[in-house]
Design a protein around this ligand. Sequence first.
Ligand SMILES: Cc1ncc(C[n+]2csc(CCOP(=O)(O)OP(=O)(O)O)c2C)c(N)n1
Ligand SMILES: [Mg+2]
Length: 591
Amino acid sequence: MTAPNRNTLWGRVIADELAAAGVSGAVLSPGSRSTPLTVAVADHDGIETFSVLDERSAAFFALGRARRTGDPTAVVCTSGTAAANYHPAVIEASQSRVPLLLLTADRPPELADSGANQTVDQEKLYGDAVRWYRTLPEPEPTDRKLRSLRTTIDRAVGETTGVPAGPVHLNCPFRKPLEPVAVEGDVPEDLAERAPLAVEGRDGPFVERTGGRPTLTDGEVESVAATLDEADRGLLVAGPTDAPALDADAVADLAAATGFPILADPLSGLRFGDHLDRDGVTVCGGYDSYLAGASAWPDPEVVLRIGASPTSKVLRQYLRDHAGRQFVVDPAGGWREAEFTATDHLVADPSRLAAGLAAEVSGGAAGPTADYRDRFAAAEREYWDLIDDARADETFEGQVLATVAERSPDPATVFVSNSMPVRDLDRFGRPRAADLTVLGNRGASGIDGITSTALGAGSATDDPLVLVTGDLAYYHDSNGLLSVARCGVDATIVLVNNDGGGIFHILPIEDFDPPFTEQFRTPHGLDFEPTADLYGLAFQRVRPDGFADAFAESREMDGTQVIEVVFDAESSHRTREAIHERAVGLVESSR
Ligand SMILES: Cc1ncc(C[n+]2csc(CCOP(=O)(O)OP(=O)(O)O)c2C)c(N)n1
Ligand SMILES: [Mg+2]
């Protein structure tokens, strides 16, 4: 490797080592100070690059890609507020444990606090939201500095996929010239000869990282297994999963061996998949309604919880009020149980633990355990019959999510926005034996980068991509739509337009108007059709009863379609509540 100046060499070594360490994708935003990084990364054959003009969208796009693959994705930006625009996605990546590597270009140290243009304090810009932070030294074409650089890059990439995975920030100062112009004598001509390791690196990463995922000892597994074995009534509760996804078969093995039903969050990786067809495995998806009426059911003696805290408030409260012994499993020793009723904290990789426990438990698949599971299976059957009837007869936003769960292609990647879409998928998305990878931004539950995150996820897979978003979320990240054309990602974008934040109808503020309408629900009356013209998308507006056909047709079409489904937020909310009451009544009468 040679280079016309030290900055170019520095950038090339960074790109080379990123690729060697396993970074296969990078999202670049335009700017001057980052020139050495951008030129080198864009030029590297081993790194697929995406150009996203707005840094907020860029970081969310990278987040989506990393979330879908579980592999670290890099972002590169210039100095100043550009770097600050990464912050929302950094917070989401931190809280939902997604490997993101942030490379922010910076001015050289003497320009700090000097009044120099586009110069801000970028030291530890993201605070505790990153797993690791370093300011790189100023580029120098020396043996030791370049070995240090390669080592730092490998450590940084390694930290993004540590336990827990998350974002890492490398702040990268450069002084001019930033472009690959010849600077005579800057890089010694014989540098590669004198320092081949530093300049060329090794075959593969400079530093190979080996890091285990935490497991329990055999004795500890046996002890938990004995507790599961002794229980006549038990539940497996799966909240949103960390990337890379859970081993669904291992959890299904445990369900079959214990006889416990799986209460599967839509983001758990367990609501959908082939494991639903397994004998002795009951995957439940209607608990967000019917558990609200299950107080008179006998309480579960033991609950094993994996993943993050479930989306369903009804489920969280049911566990608070009814669960006996409650094991919370977290590979990073994190605490993701905000009702504070858990009794045991198991620091272990959930997939491996499930496999280990499945091999230990000696069979709860018959007798009282199976009776308890069948109670859930029966509730599921009745609940989904009720939902089928409601879908046929009534109008509510949940119909859209029910249709998406039922009719999305197999396989598909389905991204659901925060606010009502993820809640409605939780309540109305029937478990299905199809390969649906369902994703959302539930780490911090922002509505600010939804479109970009979905498109980033879509960039990493050949699956058809379906995004279900609300109108405020769509508005918030409409910049992100440019990635359809610029990054070549197609999607079916389902825009549930209830003219504002329908979610606020579920909160007590609904009864305080003003300010409810003007300050909370915020109807805006925006016509979104011109966004399709602006970004080259097909657009159609349908009534709720026309959605299923429009969705089916979109599967046959190339390019990206926006299907806007128009609802009245208040009446949708009332219908949702009424259906919920009926589901609760079902269970109350079946004690
Ligand atoms: C960045 C950000 N700002 C504000 C919020 C608070 N918030 C949560 S849901 C919501 C309304 C979302 O509206 P929409 O996307 O139309 O979905 P709907 O509620 O109608 O389902 C708001 C403003 C948030 N979660 N994230
Ligand atoms: Mg809305």
